[in-house]
Unconditional design. Structure first.
Length: 332
């Protein structure tokens, strides 16, 4: 073999090696881009069987970039059943849902043929996807978690039949209507207990901002600066057609002391703080109900002459709301 032949052979070998290396690098880069564009699926990281009727699951959420505790109150049988997602208020804690800690929802749900799904956490979040990471709250992608990541897990693990309703108290009640209007194929009905479903118009936008600020967050990181498009995109009144034909329940007290103010140790604070908040919730809920009725959408309203912004009343209200839940998740 001549020197020229050997050089040519070596050159060809080098070209082949270079091509193989280049192909490997391109494949790795493509895989990396694909992984970044399509985060891994949410999954159950841990499961605790609390009783025959309660299972606590810890969901590894790519959207939230953390593990979320979800209490599931469920029938003991394995037949298909609907699911009702029930959200906390502005002070929601990651350690435990306030519905579990402060009401008798576990006992009540044990008689129902429904999965009651209680996510823990969401302080000041309005259970929505925030536009920016917040210095206090971090990454908030609650709508993605509640509307995309969690339902398939509930249906697969707890025999959900795809018929879902959503509700909540206070901030969670507002979020229930936002989630229901933005995900109309997922949720068949909405329950608002001592909530203000409206968020974009004044004075309601001020109330939302104040509530988030009270927990140390900045509402501008949620839906943008005042009156930005994000506020209107998340206001249920801007998309009432998504609620047409669906069962809706609205509860609010007047803010005046009621039967439970004589039964709690901090009754004075409940009256002086919870009274005005509840009165404001009544004004907002009445406004929202009127907007629904103007569009030919008739909600079930449960507006009472007394009652403050406090858990004993909400423990009663969820029972009053239950026929609406059943109407939402029943049927074909």
């Amino acid at each position: 073999m001549t020197s020229q032949s050997r050089v040519t052979t070596h050159s060809r070998a080098a070209i082949v090696i270079f091509a193989v290396v280049l192909l490997a690098l391109c494949t790795a880069a493509f895989s990396l881009r694909s992984a970044m564009a399509s985060p891994s699926t949410a999954s159950i990281a841990r499961e605790d069987q609390i009783s025959d009727a309660q299972t606590d699951i810890y969901i590894s959420s790519p959207a939230m970039q953390r593990t979320i505790l979800v209490h599931v109150l469920h029938p003991s049988h394995s037949a298909p059943r609907p699911s009702f997602y029930l959200l906390d208020g502005n002070e929601a804690r990651y350690e435990q849902s306030d519905w579990i800690a402060k009401t008798s929802i576990v006992e009540f749900a044990s008689t129902k043929n429904v999965n009651v799904v209680l996510p823990a956490g969401g302080e000041g979040s309005h259970y929505t996807d925030w536009q920016q990471t917040d210095p206090k709250f971090g990454v908030y992608k609650w709508e993605t978690f509640l509307a995309e990541e969690l339902p398939p897990i509930i249906d697969a693990r707890f025999n959900g039949n795809g018929r879902n309703a959503i509700g909540g108290t206070s901030m969670g009640g507002q979020a229930a209507f936002t989630l229901a209007t933005r995900n109309p194929e997922l949720f068949r009905g909405a329950i608002g207990i001592s909530a203000c479903p409206l968020v974009a118009p004044e004075p309601y936008q001020n109330s939302v901002r104040a509530g988030i600020a009270s927990r140390g967050g900045d509402a501008t990181n949620m839906w943008g600066p005042r009156d930005a498009p994000g506020w209107f995109e998340h206001d249920p009144a801007q998309n009432l057609d998504a609620l047409r034909g669906k069962p809706i329940y609205l509860y609010a007290g007047s803010g005046a002391p009621g039967i439970y103010e004589t039964q709690v140790d901090d009754a004075q604070e409940t009256v002086t703080v919870g009274g005005p908040i509840e009165a404001a919730a009544l004004v907002c809920s009445t406004d929202f109900a009127a907007r629904l009725i103007d569009e030919g959408i008739i909600p079930t309203v449960d507006f009472r002459s007394s009652g403050t912004h406090s858990w004993p009343y909400w423990n009663d209200a969820i029972r009053s709301a239950w026929p609406t839940v059943e109407a939402a998740v029943g049927g074909p």
